[in-house]
Design a protein around this ligand. Sequence first.
Ligand SMILES: Cc1ncc(COP(=O)(O)O)c(C=O)c1O
Length: 453
Amino acid sequence: MSTIQLRTSIPGPRSQALMRRRNAAVPQAAYHATPVFIAKGEGAVIEDVDGNRMIDFAGGIGCLNTGHRAPSVVEAIRRQLDRFLHTSVNVLPYESYVSLAERLNALTPGKFAKKTIFFNTGAEATENAIKIARFYTKRPAIISFEDAFHGRTYMAMALTSKTHPYKAGFEPFPGDVYRIPYAYCYRCSYSLQYPSCEVHCAHHIEDTFKRVVAAESVAAVIVEPILGEGGFVTPPREFYPVLAEICRKHGILLIADEVQTGFSRTGATFACERFGLEPDLIAMAKSLGGGLPLAAVTGRAEIMDAPGSGQLGGTFAGNPAACEAALAVLDIIEKENLNARANHLGEMFRKRAAEWQRRWELIGEVRGLGAMQALELVRSRATREPADAETKEVSQYCYEHGLITITAGSYSNVIRLLMPIVITDAQMDEALDVLEAALAAVTEKKSAIPQMA
Ligand SMILES: Cc1ncc(COP(=O)(O)O)c(C=O)c1O
């Protein structure tokens, strides 16, 4: 029996009524990728307020690698509800905060001594990683990448690349942030070809030190191991060794933003492991809390200890229920071997996507690692003109047929997969059937597939 069960057209009448109330009460800036209101979620499946069952390929934008309401996560939160809900760790500490720091210190790449501090959101994690790096190095400048996304607060916006909708109109941003091209081989900023380019983009940072900002002024380079919002762009394996060596040579810290790539998404607990990268600081959030807001910065102990008492933190940072949830998430990753599962899901997708690429000009590139997979859609393979409107159509077709997907990319032409990694093979196949039908409908202008009952 199919998982997707649609009782109404999408959005159904209850979702539509709620959307009318939402439009009157909530500003348009709080965007929704789908016009569907959820009633309940379980694993990789959601049920909406009209009783429609849909497969979730967005997972709360990568926050639900362990699925909606993973039973052990819910149980851990429940146990915490019976003890205490909030103290502010700045006032009264609790054991789960320390246990989670110990676990992350041990789990993150690098065998050196580490320490961890907690926050609430990804933007807070990236902001604080910058605070720590500047404080430790006593240097002002930060280098971030084209197509990067690091959040919506002011420093995070300064680090972020995409202008619309994230930055335009919100200027001015904090200074001393310099942007360099990412290893986006499909749209190389230097018009070179991999591998003959010999990762020129990584080596070119030495030129940036001569022409843009002096190396001795740079506190840190912040990088997403694989771009998230930027379109799941996956650098070639030579990129990070070169970048890391240049940073080391100049005493510049390397910060990995694993907010979207972390917690098994790429087939390793952290994407850095896939590249043999041992960053000085790692920012994380999203799937860490299993659905509750929780973020962390883990890094070399001597760097993390640079700011003094009270210089980092926040009232809610490291909430006790979220820390308990995160401990349960780490157990699931280990016990259910989510890393292997992510690689399996990635292979399932790649097999199907290779066939789609043979069939349809629309699929410009298929890329990713593990379960962090994406399709970049183009109007022509020759010109690589981004197919942004078609991408929107594919996504709309999907939710109208019971699959929630989200898009990405600086040109809004990427379909990205962020399904819970606990999704079953049968659900994954069913979801890919819908995605295939959507691609067929958009490219071949076919009529919609029959509604699944
Ligand atoms: C790589 C990366 N960094 C930072 C953020 C910001 O996280 P948050 O939305 O929790 O502030 C995101 C969010 O999508 C992200 O993908």
